[in-house]
Design a protein around this ligand. Structure first.
Ligand code: NAD
Length: 369
């Protein structure tokens, strides 16, 4: 049986603490035949301390060879003054760039037990399950020119450039349509075609991709500002949202907060399918950072990290039943009142990182029995 190769990069702060819980989940699945093999590497401040760089060439080679990378979090005050090129985030950016991870997937799922934690009314978000597909390697964050010039009249001018080529829009649209087919088969594409020519092209290419290959999927277009409004007004109308780097950055944060704590949010970043194997390079990571304020206290919520592994099961290994099982185990642990500090209401009893991990394993056992 082929092995499934994982590279675990725990990183800094709470990264190693939450990764320890994922390792237990991997061992649980392996005991039932999933055949995961994992290597570990250093990234961020941990890599800087060991190698003087945010990720070593050796670990980059491991990343290139892995079927999926499971990434914790990087950064912390200890590395605030290291040289710019060696800052912890440089490791994350190098991984994204070298592996060509252009599609960022951010699900916003509302666990029934946490419906009260949202800033929206319970009935608006109960049962919410949307997926934001954000273009991650193009657009205004990378477009040239990107500069501040001195106009020599006491004024300065700042320029960022929003730029998209057809192929960049086509490939992200394809990811969104493909994913919609595994869900409720609906895509909403968001741009600003009313004021931006890049929005016009985005709209045109998404429509053409839909007509050519995905006409079975329902496609809707929405202006990104209206989309933001609809996300907080009636979020359950959406299934998959596809949008560019800038709008995706904002809209995915809005959608994320509908569901409660940062400690609950997983993400995936995918590259293009390999020409021979069809497999995509992929990295799975919680949305949150290294939380130095609680590192070492056992207070970190491991759910975002464990749910990121569930995304790896689903998207890199097509282990849909296993992914469903793991997500159900998380949901059941929450139903039984398990709460780390970040998701507990005032006065509610809390559990540690390890206890939450154990509770999820116990639910996996119960579901598999
Ligand atoms: P953060 O996400 O680390 O923390 C924000 C707040 O949320 C903190 O109060 C933290 O305790 C809490 N929190 C985060 N994750 C949690 C979890 N799993 N369980 C419980 N509480 C949790 O953001 P920050 O404080 O702005 O940044 C801290 C460091 O992380 C910085 O060095 C920053 O650059 C880095 N960072 C890294 C990533 C990444 O690795 N992808 C992302 C964001 C920030």
């Amino acid at each position: 049986m082929a092995t499934n190769k994982l590279l675990l990069l725990p990183g800094d702060g709470i990264g190693p603490e939450i990764m320890a819980e994922v390792k237990k989940v991997i061992a649980w699945f392996n005991a039932r035949g999933t055949n995961f093999e994992f290597e570990e590497g250093l990234v961020g401040g941990a890599a800087y301390d060991a190698h003087g760089t945010a990720i070593s060439e050796e670990d980059m080679a491991k990343a290139q060879a892995a079927d999926a990378i499971i990434f914790g979090a990087v950064g912390g005050p200890k590395w605030d003054s290291v040289p710019y090129d060696c800052r912890p985030e440089a490791g994350l950016l190098r991984l994204r760039k070298d592996l060509g991870l252009f599609a960022n997937l951010r699900p916003a799922i509302c666990y029934p037990a946490l419906a009260d934690a949202s800033s929206l009314k319970k009935e608006l978000i109960e049962g919410l399950d949307i997926l934001i597909v954000r273009e991650l390697t193009g657009g205004v964050y990378f477009g040239e020119p990107k500069e501040i010039t001195d106009l020599e009249n006491g004024q300065k001018r700042a320029v960022d450039t929003q730029v998209y080529d057809t192929y960049e829009i086509e490939r992200i649209a394809e990811v969104a349509f493909d994913l919609a087919r595994t869900r409720d088969n609906k895509v909403c594409s968001m741009e600003k075609r009313n004021v931006m020519v890049s929005g016009l092209l985005w709209n045109e290419v998404v429509s053409a991709t839909h007509a050519a290959k995905f006409s079975d999927v329902t496609l809707e277009h929405m202006l990104a500002d209206a989309g933001g409004m609809q996300l907080v007004r009636r979020p359950k109308q959406f299934d998959v949202i596809v949008t560019d780097n800038l709008f995706g950055d904002m809209l995915s944060d809005v959608a994320a907060m509908l569901t409660g704590s940062l400690g609950m949010l997983p993400s995936a970043s995918l590259g293009a399918p390999d020409a021979e194997t069809g497999k995509r390079k992929a990295m799975y990571e919680p949305v949150h950072g290294s939380a130095p304020d609680i590192a070492g206290t056992g207070a970190a919520n491991p759910i975002a990290m464990i749910a990121s592994f569930a995304m790896a099961l689903r998207y890199s290994f097509q282990m849909i039943a296993e992914a469903d099982l793991l997500e159900k185990a998380v949901s059941n642990a929450l139903d039984k009142g398990m709460r780390t500090k970040d998701i507990a209401k005032e006065g509610e009893a809390t559990v540690s990182t390890e206890q939450m991990g154990e509770a999820i394993l116990a639910e996996l056992e119960a579901l598999a029995a």
